[in-house]
Design a binder for this molecule. Structure first.
Ligand SMILES: Nc1ncnc2c1ncn2[C@@H]1O[C@H](COP(=O)(O)OP(=O)(O)OP(=O)(O)O)[C@@H](O)[C@H]1O
Ligand SMILES: [Mg+2]
Length: 224
């Protein structure tokens, strides 16, 4: 089997609040293979976002090992973490965090320019991704001029723009109605598969999780 795109060993994270220490992650061992789409299930408060933030190298303060694309990432300094995030990871947040002053296409273009793409190539790829997500007619709309589902699809296109080895998605359809959530998720899964990326997708929706390749469950800080 090829090297996992993500492998955690003994990943642990505690928070101290009002003198009390809460162990949210207690030795999480998780491997995601290239191209594999894994649903991370668990009730509210079970630590899904905490786990995604740790493996996304967004927050320090954890113990254990995180290997991304074969290299140990847990102990990198801020610059090293930025490089791994930029080169290997894509993010879809529950609240999409699009740039409000830029239109849909520009939101997908900018991360590519940061990685050194030409404007021409970046615009072409942004248009391809957004069109594949059914937004070909909304390229020049700013986020405030898009529906919630459309904004979420722009966030999906942005996450895939740089062909990341691994997409991390935190409730990517959590604030959408059921029909829209199903449609956006189906488009997300299809595009991730077409692009050959792997994905780790936090949700508490069993029905949506069942559409992914594999389901892992967080229970009291340990993966089942
Ligand atoms: N910065 C923090 N300080 C203290 N406690 C925290 C902090 N961040 C998270 N927690 C606690 O860690 C636990 C897990 O939180 P987390 O956000 O990872 O849950 P989740 O599984 O993503 O839940 P949800 O499905 O509601 O998004 C919660 O009990 C939360 O209160
Ligand atoms: Mg969460």
């Amino acid at each position: 089997m090829s090297e996992p795109v993500l492998a955690t060993r003994g990943l642990s994270r505690s928070f101290t609040q009002g003198g009390e220490t809460i162990a949210v992650l207690r030795g999480v061992d998780l491997a995601v293979q290239p191209g594999e789409i894994v649903a991370l299930l668990g009730p509210s408060g079970s630590g899904k976002s905490t786990l995604l933030q740790a493996v996304g190298l967004l927050e320090g303060g954890f113990d254990g090992s995180i290997r991304i694309a074969g290299a140990e990432a847990a102990k990198l300094d801020a610059h090293g973490r930025t490089v791994v995030r930029r080169d290997s990871l894509g993010f879809v947040y529950q609240f999409h965090h699009l740039l409000p002053d830029f239109d849909a296409r520009e939101n997908v273009v900018l991360p590519q320019l940061i990685l050194g793409a030409t404007r021409e190539a970046a615009e072409a790829r942004a248009a391809t991704l957004l069109t594949a997500l059914g937004l070909g007619h909304r390229l020049s709309h700013r986020p405030s001029q898009l529906s919630g589902g459309e904004q979420q699809r722009v966030a999906v296109a942005r996450a895939l723009a740089n062909r990341p080895a691994l997409v991390l998605a935190d409730e990517p359809t959590g604030n959408l109605d059921e029909n829209t959530a199903d449609r956006v998720l189906a488009e997300f899964l299809r595009l991730v598969r077409e692009e050959g990326s792997a994905a780790l997708v936090a949700t508490h929706n069993e029905r949506l999780a069942a559409k992914m390749d594999r389901v892992v469950r967080l229970h009291e800080g340990v993966l089942q």
